[in-house]
Every structure is written in C-alpha cells, then in structure tokens.
Design a protein around this ligand. Structure first.
Ligand SMILES: Cc1cc2nc3c(=O)[nH]c(=O)nc-3n(C[C@H](O)[C@H](O)[C@H](O)COP(=O)(O)OP(=O)(O)OC[C@H]3O[C@@H](n4cnc5c(N)ncnc54)[C@H](O)[C@@H]3O)c2cc1C
Length: 441
C-alpha cells in the first residue's frame, strides 16, 4: 500500500511503499533502499520514485548478543538508540557516540556515520562498529568488517544506505562509572568569543556544543552558550538510575508564519538571558544533555505542513569564524531565520569513505521551507561553504545542487567506484542519490 513518506524536515514528500516486518532479510530483498526511523532531514531515506519499495527496519529491533563484561553489543539494524540506552545504561555501558536524538536506529547511525558532541575525541559512530551483516544489491548476505571486505565496510559507514541493506550491527559500547552527566555552561558575548570558548572547551571536555543566537546583529552577533559535559564519577552521581523522562506530544501543525524572524528573535533573546542568569552547572539526566529536543515528540510539526530544512556544513578550522559571520549575514538579509543554530568542533576524519566530519567547525541551521526562496538561500550558503573548502552533511540535505556537492566532496568518485563494484546495475538508490549523485531515476 502506498504511503506518503518524508524525512524529519517533512520536505520532500514521496508516495511509496514502506515494507516493514520483523523479518529484516525478507523486507530488504528487492527493495531499492532501507529506512530506519526517518530522522534524516531531507531525502536520504526516500526513494526517487512514487511506487518504489523501501525496506523499513523498525520492527527488526532485537538485541542478539550483549556481553556486559566487554560491552560488545550485536543487534538487528532497526534497534533504536533509545532502546539500546535502556538496556545498556543500567549495566554501565553507553553508546560511544550520541547524535541529537535517540529516535534513530543502529542502521541509520551507521549509514549516516553519525557524530555527536564528542566527535573531537571519539570520532563518528562508525569508528566503534566492529562488524556489519549487510545484504548487497544482488541479495547476498555478507558479514563485513575492517578485516573482511574492508573496502565495502569503509564505503558503508556514512554510505547513506547506497552500498547495501544493513541487517545487523555489532558495536563496542563505552564504559561509564555512572549513567549521569556532569554539565557546565559558559556564556559567550559574540561569535569570536564563542569560537574561542568552544575550542578551549573541546580541549578540556569530552562533550561540547554551542547554541548561537544567529539573528543578533552588531557587536553581539553570534553570542551564545557553550555547553560542556562528561560522564559523572560514581562519587558524584545519584545512586538511582535515570528514569525515563516525560515526553510531550506536539498536537498539531502550527501555521507556517509562526516561526518567522520576530518569533525566533524573541525566543533567542529569552533563551540567551535564561542561560546568562542561570548557567547550568551540575549533574543532569543523560537524555536532557544529549537529546533535549526529544522532550517534545513530533516537534517538526512546529514548522507547519511546508516543513523545514536543515543546512549543516563543516568548515575548515582556519576560516571557520569568518564564514559563520557570512552565513549569519546571508541568513538575515534573506529575511529567513534559523530557529536552532548549533556549532560543534569536529576532530579528524575516520574510516567512512564519504563520512561528513572533518577537522573544523560544524554549523547547523534549521530553516523553514519557503520554496524558491529557501533554494536561493541554500545556494548562497553553499557558495560560502565552497569558498571555504568545507562540505555539507548528506543526512541533513534536501536542496544542495549536484554541481555544488561534486565540487565540495571530491571523495565521491572513489566511493562511487566501490559502490558500482558491488551494485553494477545500480539497483540501490534514493531520492538523494538521484538528485545529487547522478543515479538514474
Ligand atoms: C533532532 C535531530 C538531531 C540530530 N542530531 C544529529 C547529530 O547530532 N549528529 C548526526 O550525525 N546526526 C544527527 N541527526 C541526524 C540523524 O542522526 C541521522 O539522520 C540518522 O541517520 C537517522 O537515523 P534513522 O534511523 O532515522 O535513519 P533514516 O533517517 O531512516 O535514514 C537515514 C539514512 O540511513 C539509511 N539507512 C537507515 N537504515 C538503514 C539500514 N538498515 N541499512 C542501510 N541503510 C539504512 C537510509 O537509507 C538513509 O540514507 C539528527 C536528527 C534529528 C532529527
């Protein structure tokens, strides 16, 4: 039966069939793509064609093995991070890398090779993956790792589901003394101050991220809050385990105009002042620290039916701050506003052949979708990215043009060559691969 599917940004929308069952192998056979919980923002988890079949993994979520002595966990690819946290945290093990939401699957985490607030010390999720059971385009099931079919393994970490269907994932978890986070915050009065503080924090703390007031003009442009964290020691954490937090549903689609420059400006001012008055300092629930947006279910409905896009790029270290200035100028002069603007420090590249992070400053902007206006804004932002020698994150993209992407990421040719060795007929494809990578529709 045909359904209307989209990514988290609700743009674009494709009519297609999502085949989801507990039998992942059966679901994946003959599908053009696999999809987890649809938390990538743009068209990465969508097929190019109305009528195509996508394999949904959410019912294939069994934990197959977990060794509480070594922290090695093997599970079906549809296990979500929140489900994994619930099992591993009480046993003293945590995910080595946490993206900004726990509603992602292990398969999605591998395919996007996700990064977290600790990229500067732990790299991407893929760095902690020991082995994968993958169904290749011709229907074969292969166990792959760094040692066995290493090239396919490297192409699959961050390969956006285009090298094979992930059926099982084996990952090394990270040992902690207590499943609580000690956090501290610092206020930064402008962008230069923010970047200096973020970089210093990243030398001293395993988890760092900065929230930025992207609409502030003048001397306070780029003011924000630097958030730092580490796992708490046994002596400072509460004795009890963190309880599941309350989730509030977003009951309806807000009208599109609600998130405009004035409301965002007001929100940013309140958020900044609240943190200036009372910066957080102390022990917090790990979900509050890692996944603050998960507290409102379906928060993407705030953007209304037209949806929104996220533009996330990473800019090489030297030029990062100047480019971010240009970003904010371009954003404000376009009349648009980013409800959530986040900066992160990225560390070295890892194993994934086309994984997103590289050393530098990552910038993420959430922008309401307004058709041609938003396309023009993304084109303008991408010009800044290109000039700086940076690149965009495929898991967030919906509007980048193929020529811009090719110029940003020359690694794509070598990756495509590996892909073609395993899928000469081009059976695996997505709306993203047709839009950006030259796959036939
Ligand atoms: C609020 C929010 C915060 C986020 N924060 C971060 C962050 O901090 N860092 C970060 O890196 N990302 C972040 N993301 C993006 C998210 O982590 C990734 O897009 C992730 O891949 C989504 O997982 P999913 O299971 O929903 O996959 P989907 O969105 O369903 O799919 C994403 C990609 O993975 C492929 N895929 C999924 N499952 C499989 C499988 N079993 N086999 C093969 N391919 C598969 C799909 O084809 C698609 O290309 C965030 C997203 C949201 C909504």
């Amino acid at each position: 039966m045909s359904q209307r599917l989209s990514g988290w940004g609700r743009f674009p929308v494709v009519d297609c069939t999502e085949r989801a069952s507990e039998d992942l192998v059966a679901s994946c056979r003959g599908a053009v793509l696999t999809r987890g919980l649809g938390r990538s923002y743009g068209d990465a988890s969508l097929p190019a064609h109305a009528g195509d079949v996508v394999a949904g993994t959410r019912f294939g979520n069994r934990i197959l093995a977990f060794d509480a002595a070594t922290g090695v966990l093997r599970a079906e690819a549809g296990l979500s991070l929140s489900e994994m946290d619930a099992v591993s945290r009480p046993r003293g093990w945590v995910s080595p890398v946490c993206p900004g939401t726990s509603y992602v699957t292990l398969g999605g985490m591998v395919a996007s090779d996700v990064h977290g607030k600790n990229h500067h010390v732990k790299g991407t999720f893929g760095e902690h993956v020991r082995a994968l059971l993958v169904m290749t385009a011709d229907g074969r099931l292969l166990e792959i790792s760094r040692e066995v079919e290493g090239e396919l393994f490297a192409a699959t970490l961050g390969g956006m589901g285009l090298t094979g269907h992930l059926v099982e994932v084996e990952v090394q978890l990270h040992r902690v003394e207590a499943p609580w986070i000690h956090t501290e915050e610092e206020i930064a009065t402008d962008l230069a101050d923010l970047v200096v503080r973020l970089r210093k924090a990243s030398r001293e703390w395993p988890y760092t991220v900065a929230w930025v007031d992207s609409l502030m003009r003048g001397r306070a442009m780029g003011r924000g809050v630097v958030m730092k964290g580490r796992w708490a020691g046994a002596d400072e954490a509460p004795d009890e385990l963190p309880r599941p937090l309350k989730r509030i549903p977003m009951p309806l689609d807000l009208p599109g105009w609600v998130l405009g420059p004035w409301s965002v400006k007001a929100f940013d001012a309140v958020f900044y002042k609240a943190h200036e008055w009372r910066p957080k300092h102390g022990i917090v629930h790990p979900d509050t620290f890692f996944y603050p947006l998960d507290s409102i279910l379906d928060w993407n409905r705030m953007y209304g039916r037209r949806g929104f896009i996220q533009h996330q790029c990473v800019l090489p270290v030297d030029d990062g701050e100047q480019v971010v200035h240009r970003f904010f100028d371009t954003l404000t002069s376009s009349g648009s506003a980013s409800f959530l603007t986040v900066l992160k420090d990225c560390g070295p590249e890892g194993t994934g052949m086309i994984s997103f992070p590289r050393p530098g400053l990552s910038v993420a902007l959430d922008i309401p979708m307004r058709g041609a206006e938003t396309q023009a804004l993304v084109d303008a932002l991408n010009r800044h990215v290109l000039e700086a020698g940076g690149r965009i994150y495929l898991a967030k993209d919906a509007l980048t043009r193929p020529e811009d992407f090719a110029a940003m990421d020359p690694r794509i040719d070598a990756w495509n060559a590996v892909r073609r060795r395993w899928d000469p007929e081009g059976r695996l494809k997505s709306a993203l691969s047709v839009r950006l990578l030259g796959d036939e529709a």
